[in-house]
Design a protein around this ligand. Structure first.
Ligand code: DQA
Length: 136
């Protein structure tokens, strides 16, 4: 399968920010682990802090499944929501932390309704579980 992993705003700081929440591994280290886990598949990794760039990446995606951790954009970006709705490729929403056990503003996702499903709370394994879901 061909997977596209998209990470949004501040996820490039993973390993350096809020280590108690997001762990000490960098995004590159996490991506390498994911790639080695899905050796038989094609994995593309993309990160951007810019909302419009994420929309453009979604528009031009050519793959079987998208694993999207939109970061804080999750909670308010109608632009990313509409970009997901505008493509036919299924998108799984991912969060490393359990957003429902955190601050109130993280309990709202404006993208969940247009995603195939949601995986949250399993650290870097949230990405792996989300990708696995495409194989069920
Ligand atoms: C996050 C949760 C979001 O609320 C937060 O803004 C992030 C990361 C997660 O992976 O747990 O940046 O998406």
């Amino acid at each position: 399968m061909k997977f596209l992993f998209i990470n949004g705003v501040n996820l490039g700081m993973t390993g350096r920010r809020e280590k108690g929440v997001y762990g000490t591994q960098t995004l590159n280290e996490i991506n390498s682990e994911i790639a080695s886990r899905f050796k038989g598949d094609e994995c593309e990794f993309y990160q951007s802090d810019i909302e419009g760039e994420i929309c453009a990446k979604l528009h031009s995606a050519d793959c079987d499944g998208i694993i999207l951790n939109a970061g804080a954009f999750t909670h308010y970006s109608y632009a990313i929501r509409d970009a997901i709705a505008s493509i036919d490729i299924p998108v799984v929403e991912v969060h490393m932390s359990n957003v429902h056990a955190r601050e109130e503003f993280r309990h709202t996702s404006v993208i969940s309704a247009v995603c195939k499903g949601v995986v949250a709370g399993f650290g870097k394994n949230s990405y792996i579980l989300a990708a696995e879901s495409f194989k069920l």
